[in-house]
Write a protein that binds this ligand. Structure first.
Ligand code: ADP
Ligand code: MG
Length: 606
């Protein structure tokens, strides 16, 4: 049923590289894209961020590329960061293929250096459209040898104003060159581009199937990536599972989580594809025999697990797709037993959660992570339960004798009662097992999180009210702010109200976290609370429309006061305070923008 990388007819070098990278099996878009791309077909692919598109086009490109010859494949990406990321991923994929050079070229880097690198020879070039056009004009990059042209994140490139450059590049590449276009969305301009430049393209999109999930209780928690480990411990501590299965998306993740849990005193073990069979068997034996309470695993490793009494599945990392989610949670609630599933969702992964809910109609309720105080209360209750059971079981004669002796002695001296003694014993036991109990009063890592207003969510995903307001107001004035530049301005008839509405609504932050707003002709600079800036950027990178235009956001270098820097960056041109885009010196506005080292956006990675 499942497709392996071997099934994709790739050469040994690539298969080994994929293995080195820790990929256990191809993602759906890779399964879909690799065969037609290997066959030389043009393709139009739609897939969300983080679905593995780079390898989907990278593997066929690298399979065909011939070492030692000129540039054969050209990949266009919207930003410097993406070009670098894609080039790095391709480099890893090509690691076992000798003599294949992958060269990223982008604005903001000395062009002379790139010219020298191109001179020395590269087989695959990954570049931003503006800079690629520059090299084509100079003749330092020649299109005649191209056998494959890939447009990665084509919708983004169009939004950034690269349309002319892209069309010019498409026109220059040889008639028989394979053309591949990937885009997260399929607006009309993309479809037009595909119609004009692709020949009978293979349509690649991951069909959304309806899936049924087992009737178990499902909960999700909103967490920041760095909070996951604490969140995991809290969930484990508060629920008291006997057997829990924790899913991570990579082997490294499995190792890390496993080591952390062990360090924190949990009986945990890890399972992933790198373990030899005897090792795996040992781990499984211990898990079955209750020597291990928590098994941390990747999807592939978990496939072979046949344990009936798993109380809970915890998605430490969200699964790549809906089917995996269903598979994972199907590991609990077996054979008529109760089971529950918990999923950690970061802000940038909300769309995945929405997909899961849409495709399964499952009711996944939002959970509130237990506070340290909750965890303590739960532990104490559990201990007291044990005490009660022990009393009921009897056979306490020997201990009663000791207690009576102790009390008789102390009672005369200082008036110690049975109650005092029980309380002291409880305190001692709790401290011995869980450390100092005063920690319940310590500031909670999740406290700020819990006070945050709900993120923009679709039906049913409302946040359990936390309500601890009050603290927010005082933070406003002294909270550090970050200036973000949005690609919408007076020219688009945008007003501060719309900006605030869109940012607050789309990013699920309160308008209180939005500071000064400066609207210019073609863009605006908006201050948002530093701690939320990354999340806002992430949401914008997934596509936000304001006043009918799709808007991109990026950090503005000027900081909170002077919005515009005196120098855009080390090699960047001076940026006048206004009218910058009106005075184009070369290429498109966005083409210019990529010259500025500050302009690159950080893309969400998953
Ligand atoms: P996209 O371009 O669709 O946003 P990427 O190609 O950047 O996604 O991949 C996202 C992440 O997933 C990367 O870290 C990549 O190394 C990883 N990845 C890609 N394919 C697989 C796979 N088959 N198994 C596990 N991880 C993968
Ligand atoms: Mg990508």
């Amino acid at each position: 049923m499942s497709v392996s990388f071997e099934d994709l007819c790739l050469s040994r070098e690539l298969l080994d590289a994929v293995k080195d990278m820790g990929f256990e099996e191809p993602s759906p878009i890779q399964i879909l894209a690799v065969p037609p791309l290997l066959a030389g077909r043009d393709a139009l692919g739609q897939a969300q961020t983080g679905t593995g598109k780079t390898a989907a086009f990278g593997l066929p490109v690298l399979e065909k590329v011939i070492a030692g010859q000129g540039v054969q494949a050209l990949v266009l990406c919207p930003t410097r960061e993406l070009a670098i990321q894609v080039a790095e991923e391709l480099n890893r994929l090509a690691a076992r293929k000798r003599g294949v050079v992958i060269l990223p070229i982008y604005g903001g880097q000395f062009i002379e250096r790139q010219i020298r690198a191109l001179d020395k020879g590269a087989q695959v070039v990954v570049g931003t459209p503006g800079r690629v056009m520059d090299h084509l004009r100079r003749g330092t990059l020649r299109p005649d040898g191209l056998t494959c042209l890939v447009l990665d994140e084509a919708d983004e490139m169009l939004d950034m104003g690269f349309r002319e450059d892209i069309e010019a590049i498409l026109e220059q590449c040889p008639a028989d060159c394979q053309r591949v276009l990937f885009s997260a969305t399929m607006p009309a301009p993309i479809l037009e581009l595909a119609k004009r430049f692709l020949r009978e393209p293979e349509m690649l999109s991951i069909a959304r199937k309806m899936l049924t999930v087992p009737a178990i209780e499902q909960t999700y928690y909103e967490v920041r990536p760095y909070q996951k480990m604490d969140a995991l411990c809290r969930v484990l501590d508060s629920q008291g599972f006997r057997k829990a299965l924790v899913f991570c998306s990579t082997k490294r993740g499995v190792d890390e989580v496993c080591i952390h849990l062990q360090q924190r005193g949990y009986q945990a073990d890890g399972l992933h594809g790198d373990l030899a069979q005897p090792q795996r068997d040992r781990v499984m034996q211990r898990f079955r025999a209750e020597g291990v309470d928590i098994l941390v695993a990747t999807d592939v490793a978990a496939r072979g697990i046949d344990v009936d009494d798993v109380d809970a599945v915890i998605n430490y990392d969200m699964p790549h797709d809906v089917e995996k989610y269903v598979h994972r949670i199907g590991r609990t609630g077996r054979a008529g037993r109760p089971g529950s599933a918990f999923t950690f969702v970061t802000l940038r992964e909300h769309y995945k959660l929405r997909d899961i809910i849409r495709c399964t109609r499952a009711h996944i309720k939002q959970g509130r992570l237990p506070t340290l105080r909750d965890v303590d209360n739960i532990r104490t209750t559990r201990l007291l339960d044990e005490v009660r059971r022990t009393v009921e079981e009897g056979s306490l004669d020997r201990w009663l004798l000791l207690v009576e002796e102790f009390l008789a002695e102390r009672f005369q001296e200082g008036g110690v009662t049975g109650r005092d003694m029980s309380a002291a014993l409880l305190k001692l036991l709790m401290q011995r097992d869980f450390g100092k109990q005063d920690s319940a009063d310590a500031p909670d890592v999740f406290a700020v999180e819990a006070r945050r207003p709900a993120a923009a969510q679709e039906g049913g995903l409302s946040r359990g009210g936390q309500g601890a307001a009050g603290r927010r107001r005082e933070r406003r004035n002294d909270a550090p702010m970050r200036a973000l530049r949005l690609s919408v301005g007076h020219a688009h008839k945008v007003s501060p109200r719309e900006l605030v509405g869109a940012i607050a609504g789309e990013c699920g932050i309160s308008s209180r976290h939005i500071g000064a707003i400066d609207i210019r002709k073609q863009f605006s600079v908006v201050e948002v609370a530093e701690e939320l800036a990354e999340d806002v950027l992430a949401v914008f990178s997934r596509g936000v429309s304001i006043c009918g235009v799709r808007v991109s956001a990026q950090p503005d270098e000027g900081g909170a006061e002077g919005h515009f820097p005196r120098k855009a960056g080390k090699f960047g041109p001076r940026r006048p305070r206004s009218g910058f885009y009106a005075k184009k010196t070369r290429g498109s506005a966005a083409g210019r923008r990529e010259e500025e080292p500050s302009a690159g956006r950080d893309r969400p990675r998953s």
